[in-house]
Write a protein that binds this ligand. Sequence first.
Ligand SMILES: [Zn+2]
Length: 109
Amino acid sequence: MAIDPNAPTLERRHLRRRCVQCGLAADAISSNNKELCPRCGCNLSARPPRSYAEMEGLFDLPPDAVVVDARIRARADAASARWLLVVAAVGLAAIATLAATMMMVGTRG
Ligand SMILES: [Zn+2]
């Protein structure tokens, strides 16, 4: 990610990639030595320099499994509540029809 030179200082600080072991800025690591950090000897191919924002997952956040599960459960609960309402309404209508029929039969006989 390219850092906007006009971005606020704090933002630039959060976006600057650094050695994850010693914090040396990635732009201070010479381009002919991309394998090892010149300050601490960290293996940069195994642990590439990352920014604070990248390490904290502030960008491109993967969907949180717990949140996704909760949303799916809430949607399923809402769907079952709607179906329960439909079944209750149909049952009430059936009982009302039965009661009306029984009253009509009762008044005739
Ligand atoms: Zn280092």
